[in-house]
Write a protein that binds this ligand. Structure first.
Ligand code: ADP
Ligand code: ZN
Length: 435
């Protein structure tokens, strides 16, 4: 039986969600216009007044906000309330450049933690669970968000934060953790370490994992599920809108439900800014509907995905987003061909390799080069030159079939590629360093 944290909202019929959104957006736009000079100026430049926004259909009249705006307005330029009303600051991870900060009132923290609680319950969490949180705590939203959600559900919360894998495993085994929350790359590392210590998947008490904060493939999901003996759920979010929990997976595991009572989602063409119809792939744009301290209207996430309103077997009615295949700026253009790191991960895992790899892009004699370093497991590792060469050839061919260009594959010895405890850095683009 499917369980919900806030059933009346999570299963609200679509028309009712719309009504709720329409009421909220009018208030949110007014709140922003009156309190956020930076955005008021953008609206004035575009000639849009708060009265022009009568329902979510009018959102498309509003100007976009981008990470560049957040950097320009840093630190207080987008604050929607007096600092004295704020109780928390969090910051982005800085994956793509200078970090930006977000502010929260107690109301904002509450709604964010509710979203995380919905995710935990959707993954089967109850007050009988031991929720082991090894997302980083601190400025990063992962730890605090899931920690808060776990409290709301009533789980026994283990605030491990990231790192010190031996200690993670010791507590996991001694205290019987049942739900694991961390980045998928760290989950894979924990699985690997458990096996090295001689544990089998059935030796731990884990039943579910809630993994996000970075792109991961279906192949990676299967591998983690197998190594830990769990069901692995995706969770999505970004600091700008609150943190993890903006969207989360249910038992159906086909896309993540976006918490539409708090966030209105659009998909746009990243080139033209035009809103695309349901089912088309494009850039995800969020409008907060009821935030006080850091309300963002039409924030461009740069995450590329698809939305669907198809009925979901879990009974939730909120729109679903597909797994983001990476950010628009994660896409590598190599010799004119578009390559997503996620495509490389898919090939590697399908070919039986571990998710320990590194992609290096460079430019030699005016031509782009793509090198992929792939770590061999102990079983795959061989002293025989001929065997290694054969492996390299098979993998190069599989990559060429997927990507349309042939990379140079380097098979490296076990334990030579550094493991990630937070967001994995998969790509080193040396071309950017030269520019
Ligand atoms: P930064 O943008 O500096 O990494 P955040 O820590 O706020 O800062 O990360 C938010 C970003 O992380 C999202 O915009 C998205 O690109 C990525 N992300 C978060 N969750 C997922 C997920 N489940 N799948 C893919 N990417 C994700
Ligand atoms: Zn569902």
């Amino acid at each position: 039986m499917e369980r919900y944290y806030q059933p009346e909202i999570e299963t609200l019929p679509y028309e009712k969600i719309r009504e709720m959104q329409n009421e909220k957006i009018v208030k949110q736009v007014k709140h922003v216009y009156e309190n956020v000079a930076y955005y008021r100026n953008l609206m004035d430049e575009k000639g849009v007044k708060p009265e022009d926004i009568k329902s979510v259909d009018d959102i498309k009249k509003l100007p976009f906000l981008s990470k560049a705006d957040l950097r320009e307005a840093y630190p207080y330029g987008l604050l929607g309330t007096d600092l004295k009303n704020c109780v928390r600051i969090q910051s982005t991870s800085g994956t793509t450049g200078k970090r930006v900060v977000a502010f929260y009132t107690q109301h904002d923290i509450d709604l964010w933690e509710d979203c995380c609680a919905r995710a935990i319950v959707a993954a089967g969490g109850t007050n009988e669970d031991v929720c082991h949180v090894c997302y980083g705590y601190g400025l990063f939203t992962g730890g605090p968000g899931l920690n808060g959600g776990s409290h709301k559900v009533g789980c026994l919360t283990l605030p491990m934060s990231s790192g010190n894998t031996d200690r993670q495993i010791q507590f996991m085994m001694d205290l019987g953790s049942t739900i694991l929350c961390c980045t998928p790359s760290y989950a894979a590392y924990i699985g690997e370490t458990l096996a090295e210590k001689g544990y089998k998947p059935e030796d731990n008490k884990l039943k579910a994992g809630i993994f996000g904060a970075e792109p991961w493939t279906e192949e990676m999901r299967r591998q983690i599920e197998k190594s830990l003996g769990i069901k692995a759920y995706d969770i999505y979010g970004l600091t700008e809108t609150s943190g993890p929990g903006v969207a989360f997976e249910c038992s159906e595991q086909r896309g993540m439900h976006i918490n539409e009572d708090h966030f209105y989602a659009e998909i746009i063409d990243p080139e033209t800014g035009e809103v695309l119809p349901e089912g088309e792939k494009g850039e995800l744009v969020f409008t907060s509907l009821d935030k006080e301290a850091f309300p963002l209207l039409r924030y461009r996430t740069r995450d590329i995905c698809v939305l669907t309103r198809e009925k979901c077997s879990c009974g939730r009615t909120h729109v679903r987003m597909s797994k983001p295949m990476g950010r628009s700026d994660d896409m590598l253009i190599i010799r004119g061909v578009n390559v997503f790191p996620s495509q490389i991960e898919t090939v590697l895992l399908n070919e039986g390799y571990t998710p320990n790899y590194q992609i290096v892009v460079d430019r030699e004699n005016n031509s782009d080069t793509l090198d992929i370093y792939v770590e061999l497991s102990a079983d795959q590792f061989s002293d025989k030159m001929a065997e290694t060469q054969k492996r390299e050839k098979v993998l190069t061919d599989a990559m060429r079939a997927m990507l349309g260009i042939g990379p140079k594959i380097h098979l490296v010895a076990p334990k030579t590629i550094v493991r990630s405890e937070g967001k994995a850095v998969r790509v080193i683009d040396k071309r950017k360093l030269h520019d």
